[in-house]
Design a protein around this ligand. Structure first.
Ligand SMILES: NC(=O)c1ccc[n+]([C@@H]2O[C@H](COP(=O)([O-])OP(=O)(O)OC[C@H]3O[C@@H](n4cnc5c(N)ncnc54)[C@H](O)[C@@H]3O)[C@@H](O)[C@H]2O)c1
Ligand SMILES: N[C@@H](CCO)C(=O)O
Ligand code: NA
Length: 433
């Protein structure tokens, strides 16, 4: 065992920061045994000093920027959050001093990852961000190291614990959206501003990071199209269950040859997944990620995607790599070898769809809907309408066979224009692998 500890400064002592302090304290001997040196917290910062954390002898700062600039540490752990502002300032300050950084901040990596990776290369520092995607699931390490022998063609996952908790709890209990979101916040799963979770932005940040690692391209949030779960109603969740599906918020990144160029498509959207699908049974705050590589085929990783202890597990994994010198370029290859990729044009993909209409129950409605689908060559699979309620608004649910997205959108626009259709149709993709 070397007598030189890894000196750690932690900026941010909330859910993840608190969990990280607990892990480093409770498992101190185990970690030292594995790393051959102790991992020692020497400085910490938060807006207020939290009670109940074992921080005796740790230098405490209320200004994280001062901590980053002045404290004596080997690695700065950034657990404040936010794409820019204080978080970005402290990370830049540490890297400029040649100090390594570990962060759980997917927003910052998605927006500033390339700049920070370049800065780290210039000053000889390293950046670990395992906690930024999939919580405790070692997906960053998997893509960067475990799958390094493959051309990865697809990464698809449930990447937001809050949304998965909301969707699966609504399905299992019939409770309403706002109530379940409040519980996710109380459990420490949600972002400081939970609209990042429910509008799919957090998933988009994570998907941008995964796409960068999978396809060796510069991380870019601009390449990701994003739809959240705000419009997924309890009614759709019930119909999904009846039809043998689960609704999941997915992030999907693919690379394929389009007109001789390897183009990337990154999309976040709620999807219906069949029960046979590897992601269908992933419930609560769990995440799961499916990857496809040319030699390995499919791999699936599943685990807790949010919360203090699982996320601390990922933070400490990065600290252990730094303690033992298992380090490399931030995105697997030096920044100059990351290759920008064109974005696949929208509307070229094919899939099956679920459509829910609210229609006035009057003669001729079905003929008009069927005509719109027929004209766009969309082939109906099944239709559900229960009971009769003449001249009242009733739900009509259809599923259609695999079809071009552009044709589906045209058919839905035409259906939306029918006088008997009372609300904009709800369209949810039915996913297949
Ligand atoms: N909560 C999770 O399950 C989870 C999981 C993975 C990643 N993350 C990410 O980890 C980071 C932290 O999340 P959290 O849930 O622990 O947040 P949190 O709100 O619980 O804690 C934030 C901490 O930062 C401190 N802080 C806030 N503003 C500050 C400022 N201006 N200057 C200095 N300190 C400031 C607060 O005092 C607090 O100690 C975020 O980037 C988040 O996206 C969270
Ligand atoms: N708010 C995030 C935290 C984990 O990144 C989630 O719910 O998944
Ligand atoms: Na992870």
């Amino acid at each position: 065992m070397t007598s030189t500890p890894l000196k750690i400064a932690i900026a941010g002592l909330g859910t993840v920061g608190g969990g990280t302090v607990e892990l480093l304290t409770e498992q101190a001997d185990l970690l030292a045994g594995r790393a051959g040196r102790r991992l020692e917290i020497v400085a910490a910062s938060a807006l207020e000093r939290p009670a109940g954390l074992a921080l005796d002898g740790v230098q405490f700062f209320t200004d994280a920027r001062v901590l980053a600039r002045e404290a004596e540490y080997d690695v700065l752990v950034e657990l404040i959050g936010g794409a820019s502002g204080v978080a970005l300032d402290v990370v830049r300050a540490a890297l400029e001093r040649g100090k390594s950084v570990v962060t759980a901040n997917k927003a910052m990596i998605a927006h500033h990852g390339v700049e920070l990776a370049r800065l780290a290369e210039q000053t000889g520092a390293n950046i670990g961000f395992e906690a930024s995607v999939g919580g405790g699931i070692p997906i960053i390490k998997s893509l960067r190291e475990g799958l390094a022998g493959n051309r990865v063609t697809k990464v698809m996952g449930i990447l937001n614990g809050t949304c998965n908790f909301i969707l699966s709890t609504m399905q299992d209990t019939g409770r309403d959206f706002a109530d379940v979101l409040a519980e996710a916040q109380a459990l420490g799963y949600a972002e400081a501003d939970p609209t990042f979770d429910i509008d799919g932005i957090d998933t988009a940040h994570k998907l941008a990071i995964l796409a960068s690692l999978a396809f060796a391209m510069p991380v870019s949030i601009d390449a990701v199209t994003c739809e959240g779960i705000r419009h997924v109603s309890a009614l759709d969740i019930r119909y999904a269950q009846e039809l043998g599906y689960r609704i999941k918020l997915l992030g999907v990144a693919t690379i394929s040859d389009i007109n001789g160029e390897m183009a990337v498509e990154c999309r976040v959207y709620p999807a219906m997944v069949p029960l046979s699908f590897p992601l269908a049974h992933v419930g609560g705050p769990f995440n799961a990620i499916v990857t496809e590589g040319d030699f390995v085929g499919r791999t699936v990783l599943e685990g807790r995607g949010a919360g203090a202890r699982p996320t601390a597990s990922a933070v400490v994994a990065d600290l252990m790599d730094l303690a033992t010198g298992r380090v490399g370029p931030t995105f697997g290859v030096p920044v100059d070898r990351l290759e920008p990729r064109p974005t696949a044009p929208r509307g070229t993909g094919r899939s099956a769809w679920y459509i829910r209409l609210m229609v006035r129950d009057e003669p001729g409605v079905f003929a008009d809907i069927a005509a719109a689908l027929r004209d766009e060559k969309v082939s109906m699979e099944q239709i559900i309408q229960r009971g009769r309620a003449p001249n009242q608004t009733v739900p009509v649910v259809m599923t259609v066979h695999e079809t071009d997205e552009a044709a589906m959108l045209r058919a839905v626009a035409r259906i939306n224009g029918l006088s008997s259709v009372a609300e904009p149709p709800r369209l949810i993709r039915i996913e297949s692998l």
